[in-house]
Ligand binder design. Sequence first.
Ligand code: XIL
Length: 319
Amino acid sequence: MALRHLAAQAGLPLGAAVAAEPLRRDPAYRALLAREFGMVTCENAMKWGPIHPALRTWAFRDADAIVRFATRHAMAVRGHTLVWHSQQPRWLEHGSWSRPALTRVLRAHIATLVGRYRGRIGAWDVVNEAVNDDGTPRPTFWRRVLGPKYLDLAFHAAHRADPKARLFYNDYNAEALGEKSDAILRLVDGMRHRGVPVHGIGLQAHLLLGDLPDFKSVAANITRIAARGLTVQITELDIRIRRPVTAAKLRAQADAYLALAETCLASGACTAFVTWGATDKSSWVPGFFKGYDDALLFDRACRPKPAARSLAEVFNRQV
Ligand code: XIL
């Protein structure tokens, strides 16, 4: 049975980040996605730069194509992302903004984007990567112009645009207990205390074989998030391998995928398990981490790797 169905039966929807380009051009990529994944995230298509290239210009083509594909194949959709320091259009980042003017632009951006896909996108990464690894706030463009309240503003705007969507704070290096996950929890606790509609924490999980988090600590982190009534989603999972890639490393990678899936399933608090790409051919890893590769579940020819087989095993065990 395909992974998406095993995952669904186990109660942990399996997703993949999708790129518009191979979706258009590569039938094997389309077939693999539709067969093995029950959820998609736009890898880039909904970010500010690609989708809102000028103040009065929207470029919905890629995002629409991905959402249409998902609908056709009964896949859920995660929205990514409304506030981030990266991949911003020049007009935004290099504009000279007053606080009220930027507030209006952010509210309008969120109303338009979230509103367009209302009812189609079940979960949004409202704010992405606002915390540094040491737990201090990241000094982004948004924080510089709007001050620390920009997070509240974004979550309120997203909730207004789609009251049913589940709204997430999303970050990396925050899977296990530690300074960064502590800070994120404080941030989210603060928002909830102020009545801000935030429903969950997205753990990106861009992991590195050989330097994996302690999965007991990940379990403890998920437990403390869940204890607050918040949901957890694994939003951008990949486990990169330092070259040369060997059979032994692929087996160790499979064990790590398995350990994270088991941790999620055991917690009962995870509602999605999304990998950052579908095959090693379309992964961002080799381009971003020199000397690393092979981070995903399927190889360049769309064949399942050991990690795909261990996930099948762990999902099967649940049923
Ligand atoms: C990455 C994409 O995969 C690349 O194609 C793009 O060039 C840069 O961004 N954290 C995130 C994602 O939240 O949006 C990033 O995606 C990876 C890190």
